[in-house]
Write a protein that binds this ligand. Sequence first.
Ligand SMILES: [Zn+2]
Length: 143
Amino acid sequence: MRRIDPKEAHIKPLPTPDSDSQAYWQGLKDGQLLLQHCTACGHVQFYQQAICRHCGSESIEHRAASGRGTVHSFSVVHRAPGPAFKQDTPYAVLLVELAEGPRMISSLVDADPMAVQFDMPVELACEAVNDQVVLPRFRPIRR
Ligand SMILES: [Zn+2]
């Protein structure tokens, strides 16, 4: 197990793209949430993998999602999991059900975390952490 150096504990962990997820992370830099579509069986999946999790086909392609979904479940974090997240509390961790079907874990932006509700409509909000990394967050869709 990798132990976090106490000097690095205040630094938030960031994703390290690999060959399966490189296109996904680049998509976010371009403002798109890419999902994998299996051209053999039609299955849509998130997160990225080399094969279709439904039928095992390697014939999968990335397509941009609508960026819309609903809050399937959520949790409001009051006690930070480490020093790096202390200034963010309270914040809402979301399990978003995307319009295309897959569910993904993300977090809420541009809204009061205490106001999150089940089935609340949300949309993608790309958040640049630095020049290299853009993270997918979600904000409420206001009518
Ligand atoms: Zn498939």
